[in-house]
Design a protein around this ligand. Structure first.
Ligand SMILES: [Zn+2]
Length: 232
């Protein structure tokens, strides 16, 4: 069963809809933010981050401790010294003393982004931009569905684990089949729960691929599920 993917056009997509061939400025700004890597941009304009992605803040005096953090994946930057922060566009605007729009134009030129800022979008560019926006929506929807599955599954696994834990400190005679199973599988349940809660994304996805096994295990342990899953 694949992760459900809702592809309907949301309210936001209407707000960003380009007007007859022209790319809306909000789209241009978003494209610049999403396409550029904060560290590459900082380096291009002469700022060298350390290995942790921090650099000496050029926007406040005497920063000797490298208090400006550059974040990966279009998340911009923040200075813990002067509390300034923002996107890659804000960084360049502040650094070069430009308005945000001029910073966008400068980035468009310096990084050869080819965004149609002062001209109409060609039909091919418009199609490509719409497809890219659609792909972004699909990725976001898939990620939301995955996060929902992950939260639900962690809750169910933790319910299994709590049940087994309570059994250990009470009387162990007269265990039902479910309770005996919960005790027997306690380590497995904890293992899956830990991977989903604290594992890397790759580990979480590995559990998602084996989700049938996890679902069967939870169904067999949790008493609220139909008895017929006992034979699964
Ligand atoms: Zn600063």
């Amino acid at each position: 069963m694949p992760v459900p993917c809702v592809t309907g056009r949301g309210r936001l997509s209407k707000l960003h809809k380009p007007l007859k061939g022209a790319l809306a400025l909000t789209d241009i700004f978003r494209e610049v933010r999403e396409r550029l890597n904060m560290e590459d941009v900082a380096r291009h304009y002469g700022h060298e981050p350390n290995r942790a992605g921090f650099l000496c803040c050029p926007f406040h005096r005497g920063d000797r401790t490298a208090s400006l953090k550059l974040y990966p994946g279009g998340r911009g930057w923040h200075c813990f010294g002067c509390n300034r922060g923002g996107s890659v566009i804000d960084f360049v605007a502040l650094d070069l003393g430009l308005s945000p729009l001029d910073a966008v134009k400068r980035l468009n030129t310096d990084f050869a982004l080819g965004l149609p800022i002062d001209r109409q979008q060609t039909p091919a560019e418009r199609r490509e931009a719409e497809q890219a926006a659609q792909r972004r929506r699909e990725v976001a929807d898939t990620y939301r569905a995955f996060e929902q599955w992950r939260t639900d599954t962690i809750n169910r696994l933790n319910a299994c684990f709590r049940g087994a834990h309570l059994l250990q400190i009470s009387s162990l005679d007269r265990l039902t089949e479910r309770e005996a199973l919960a005790l027997r599988e306690q380590a497995t349940v904890e293992y899956f729960s830990d991977l989903l809660s604290f594992g890397t994304l790759a580990e979480q996805v590995a559990v998602f691929r084996d989700r049938k096994e996890v679902e069967i295990l939870c169904n067999r342990i949790l008493p609220s599920t139909p008895m017929k899953s006992d034979v699964a």
